[in-house]
Ligand binder design. Structure first.
Ligand SMILES: C[S@@+](CC[C@H](N)C(=O)[O-])C[C@H]1O[C@@H](n2cnc3c(N)ncnc32)[C@H](O)[C@@H]1O
Length: 532
């Protein structure tokens, strides 16, 4: 049998499976269909049988034809069946049947078909921006025998206006993960304005999944329920505050399940995922929180330990609440007891603030050898002794009058160039005390990388190098002897693994400063004795 070799093959197959029978047909789909040929009969039959046995061959074929890189701008990562089943299973444990199921960002309709099998009388609505995915969703629903109760709306979910009278609705799916850089200004204004109208504040750095949570909170009605799987970032980062507040407020959050990256929830994206389940207009006194290491453990979704709502309200970060309280072994403390961890300074424009031909003539007093690339720390093999290979960061005093007259002239000439390059107009520069003053931190005795696909490097900084925001600086709260600092750096380098941090979409593991402060290290007497 001829395999599916192109998107045209997929379109032809979708048409043959009955895609047109599902309501909501769009012009964009007509355009796609016009260019396709006919699908071989035996292929149509084989795909129909696969769908009948519970598989999603159309979605799988689309993911094979489009690489993860091609799908990333739409946040198109389809959800494995075991996760879909667990989420639909949770929905079935809620109080009453659903009149309607809505999947925001329906993809190939995995959630709708699974929910349609479980809830045999519910109408099924998928909202999907990508016409090819919409076409596949229709074909999937038609082949599964659900065309008479299904509708696919080819639209941006944020614009979707569901009819009010449909009855109790389940909002279920995997909202697209798209970073804020790809979200246009108009939508950012929508986010800020809509959040404000709920008395909530938001950040311009929010990714698209945050918009989907807010849009759901606006469209859903009391009595509705929902289950979304997303990247886990929103549990902890500043821009996730909006989701945390929606979860504890209008969405009526009931449970959070964090899926460790070791469970590989998404085969083509190494990430820490989280499933949030909610029932609108409820306000449980405690939320169920759990952490699972394997997809098998998802079978009883929503059965984690109860954490009082006030603890979640008071916490800036929720990931720590998913961990059982840790026992500190005898002779160990958290790094944060001994040291503060600070991210290096953001320059706002490395091409300007890292010295180069554009800054010739600047005096040495404003040029600071700095770690500006993670590889400089990985290459140091534990100790940085020489600043010669490092690049110089230009750090001017906020008060330019403090410069010697001759230096001042060179600095003024550089600032002319910098202005021409737009250095005074960037977001970071505009928010500094003086736009020309980067404000590097003092040299940290230990430097660490914090984002990579490998464990972080911890490096004794004997060279007195500064660092920018590609590294964290570890600063003792009280002066530490050299032997203790070396023991500390050695211990961290030897014991910290990727699993101690958080893994983001794309497979990068990242340690926020406060996370690094929670690492276990030998206590001061042991470090002073050189025990690593
Ligand atoms: C993470 S995928 C999930 C697909 C499917 N629900 C699943 O879980 O298998 C997100 C889907 O949202 C779609 N999408 C992206 N932006 C959208 C938007 N603004 N409105 C509606 N759908 C969107 C993408 O095309 C993609 O199919």
């Amino acid at each position: 049998m001829r395999p599916i070799q192109s998107e045209r093959d997929l379109v032809a197959l979708a048409v043959a499976l009955g895609a047109r029978q599902v309501r909501g047909w769009s012009e964009a789909e007509t355009d796609l269909v016009e260019r396709c040929g006919a699908a071989p009969r035996e292929l149509v039959q084989a795909v129909r049988e696969d769908i009948g046995s519970g598989a999603d061959p159309l979605g799988t074929a689309l993911c094979a034809l489009r690489s993860p890189e091609e799908r990333r701008p739409q946040g198109a990562t389809y959800t494995p069946a075991s996760i879909v089943e667990a989420m639909v299973g949770w929905a079935a444990t809620t109080s009453r049947p659903f009149a309607r199921i809505v999947d925001p960002g329906a993809g190939s309709a995995r959630f709708l078909v699974a929910a349609g099998r479980r809830f045999r009388h519910s109408s099924l609505v998928g909202v999907e921006l990508d016409p090819l995915a919409a076409l596949l969703a229709r074909a999937h629903l038609a082949a599964a025998g659900m065309d008479d109760r299904a509708e696919i709306v080819v639209q941006d979910f944020r614009d979707f206006d569901p009819p009010d009278h449909a009855g109790r609705t389940l909002w279920i799916g995997n909202p697209p993960y798209v970073r804020h850089h790809l979200i246009d200004r108009g939508w950012k204004q929508w986010l800020a304005g809509t959040a404000r109208s709920h008395g909530l504040s938001t950040s311009q750095l929010a990714g698209l999944h945050v918009y989907f949570f807010l849009a759901t909170a606006c469209k859903a009605r009391p009595g509705d329920a929902g289950a979304f799987i997303t990247a886990a970032e929103w549990l902890d980062v500043n821009y996730g505050r909006l989701v945390r507040e929606l979860f504890l407020g209008p969405l009526g959050g009931r449970s959070i399940t964090l899926i460790e990256p070791t469970a590989r929830p998404f085969p083509d994206a190494a990430t820490t995922a989280t499933i949030s389940c909610f029932e609108l207009a409820t306000r449980p006194r405690a939320i169920r929180i759990e952490r699972v290491e394997s997809l098998d453990d998802l079978r009883n979704l929503g059965n984690g330990r109860l954490i009082r709502r006030e603890r979640l309200e008071a916490a800036d970060r929720w990931t720590p609440l998913t961990r059982c309280r840790r026992k500190v072994p005898e002779g160990f403390v958290e790094l944060g007891e001994l040291c503060r961890v600070h991210r290096g300074q953001v320059t706002g424009a490395n091409r300007i603030w890292i010295a180069g031909t554009h800054s010739m003539g600047l005096p040495a007093s404003v040029l600071f050898p700095s770690v500006t690339r993670a590889r400089e720390l990985f290459g140091a093999r534990g100790v940085l002794t020489d600043t010669t290979p490092l690049r110089r960061v230009i750090d001017l005093p906020a008060d330019l009058d403090s410069l010697e007259w001759s230096d001042r002239k060179a600095v003024e000439a550089f600032l002319e160039v910098a202005r021409r390059l737009g250095a005074d107009s960037g977001f970071v520069a505009r928010n500094r005390k003086a736009w020309w003053s980067v404000g590097l931190r003092e040299p940290a005795p230990i430097l660490a990388t914090y984002m990579a696909r490998r464990p972080p490097a911890f490096v004794r900084n004997r060279a007195g190098a500064r660092h920018i925001n590609i590294a964290h600086g570890i600063y003792p709260r009280e002066p530490l002897a050299d032997v203790a600092l070396s023991a500390l750096a050695n211990h961290l380098a030897r014991t910290v693994t990727l699993t101690s941090g958080r893994t983001y979409a794309g497979g990068l593991t990242r340690f926020e400063p406060r996370e690094m402060e929670r690492l276990m290290v030998p206590d001061l007497p042991m470090l002073s004795a050189g025990v690593a």
